[in-house]
Design a protein around this ligand. Sequence first.
Ligand SMILES: Cc1cc2nc3c(=O)[nH]c(=O)nc-3n(C[C@H](O)[C@H](O)[C@H](O)COP(=O)(O)OP(=O)(O)OC[C@H]3O[C@@H](n4cnc5c(N)ncnc54)[C@H](O)[C@@H]3O)c2cc1C
Length: 391
Amino acid sequence: MADTAYLDWPFFEERHSALARELDAWAAQHIAQEAARDVDAACRALVKQLGKAGWLRHAIGGSAYGAVGDTIDTRSICLIRETLARHAGLADFAFAMQGLGSGAITLFGSAANRAAYLPRVAQGDAIAAFALSEPDAGSDVGAMACTARRDGDEYILDGEKTWISNGGIADFYVVFARTGEAPGSRGISAFIVDADTAGLDIAERIELIAPHPLARLRFSDCRVPASNMLGEAGQGFKVAMATLDVFRTSVAAAALGFARRAFDEALERASGRKMFGKTLADFQLTQAKLAQMATGIDAASLLTYRAAWLRDQGRKVTKEAAMAKLTATETAQQVIDAAVQLFGGLGVVSEQPVERLYREIRALRIYEGASEVQQLIIARELLAGLAPAKP
Ligand SMILES: Cc1cc2nc3c(=O)[nH]c(=O)nc-3n(C[C@H](O)[C@H](O)[C@H](O)COP(=O)(O)OP(=O)(O)OC[C@H]3O[C@@H](n4cnc5c(N)ncnc54)[C@H](O)[C@@H]3O)c2cc1C
């Protein structure tokens, strides 16, 4: 593990720093660094591996279902994502999706739903996915068109979802669909849909700059039992946002992991690279760059673990999670770009760590709410606290 001074920050308890150190040692030994030829197979194997080693027990809540604790511990999730991201983006992805894909079950599932899905998620026996976005409803969730209409003891889903991580390899999807209790985001409900349900098809697999399983899903006359609804009818938006409040902060943590890895690589390279009779690190221009990278990482880290700590105290973190995600992903992009620059030509050679990180970081500024959406969330929270202006 590189610089671990942040583990002594007051946001953490003893168990958190122990967890980060133990995982770091495990990942160094077990996680492959090279790019996977078959990304689906690699992802499946990683889920199994993370499950077998017990790390996925942190991705769910409820000790009766195999979780470490009764509630999801945001700081643990963040430290795990940061540590895995430092080792390999796909390992972080495999862990994160088990959490995001089952988060709504932990938070809103009936006892029967939790018993049926959470133990398998924690053991790595079932792969989870979260299906909110649609071709015409990404940032604007309220524009969702996928519908679910009640028919006796079932709901019938029709429509499309896209950009669905684990699409094509998931064993079940948490799907958000319009049930029509009210217009816009208030008429949405959440359902668990098993991947082998008739009427659910993978319409398209999507290739990414940093490969991971991703697909567009089609629902046609897809029947799910009404008991698979998560939370109340019409509360799907609340279910989605509560899930994202946990995992949005963890996207910030993953960005931090990528940034820390890039910084470590850059520091090592700058200290060893000979030029003009000195080393690259001897030049003040390099030192300014390194100082800016390290300061950005610490600032992003403070915001990330503040949000995680606050959530673990049971506080509302909508604004703080948005600040963390915005700052950490944007900072990580800058840090990684600076690292590529410090590597010169080597920085753009395929599968060099900094080249890989350069591709890995990009999507984090877009998914789970693009940076612009985070800015709007922060502003909305700030303005909501003000008294209305007098006419
Ligand atoms: C790699 C990857 C994995 C994903 N995984 C999942 C998943 O598992 N499940 C899921 O449901 N979704 C997933 N998504 C979808 C993701 O959440 C959406 O891509 C994201 O919400 C943006 O929606 P969009 O792509 O439709 O872009 P649009 O909504 O068309 O937005 C385009 C751009 O417009 C800008 N913008 C947005 N709103 C505003 C505004 N109000 N003012 C000014 N500018 C604005 C932003 O820069 C944004 O990037 C994933 C996406 C990617 C890229």
